[in-house]
Ligand binder design. Sequence first.
Ligand SMILES: [Zn+2]
Length: 221
Amino acid sequence: MKGPWIVDFDDFEDKNTGFELLLRLKKLESNFKATLFSIPMGVTLPTIEKVKEMGWLELAVHGWNHGHKECENWTKAWALQVLEGCEQAGFAKVFRAPHWATSQNLYEALLERGWVCADHPKNVSKQPRGLLSYVVDATPGAVHGHITYGGNALAANMEYYESLHGEFLFVSEYMERKSAAGKDETMTIHSTAEGNLPDPVTFSSKKVSRRGRKLVENKEE
Ligand SMILES: [Zn+2]
């Protein structure tokens, strides 16, 4: 297939930017864009400013400090505080819970502040009505990986990413386009491709290797 590609990577922070490899991709394909799910506690304002200036990377939010399944235990008040703080800092209003571990408190806060939830197919049935939901496996052209860790890491799949050409969209742009088109099938998606995503609890090498295969499969589409 020929895009648009919606490429995202998890665990961005000051000490794990992936800039070198991302720049390589940008040089090869001037349309290249990616959404980076960031750990707010590990990202400083100068980094946020730098990414804004670059213009072809989007910083979304990935928990608060990436504690183990941290969002499961968040109160709604804390979730709202995190989201509000991240809005002020300049992050895109797109959230992915570390380890795919969401909670009703988190969902309610995301819904209330109009955020997109990048979620695992297995969680979709738990989402409240009206939540803006982005599910990689249910989105044509969507590719999910990590900057550094595991089998779906950027460094481990450069050849695949280098093969992507055409139009690229940030997750936020894709969602805007989708809502502008009046489509709302995100509310009823129950992907049958759940096995293609890393395990929601740990990104064990065994599970991640399945994503590696997905990358290869995508390449042939
Ligand atoms: Zn993560």
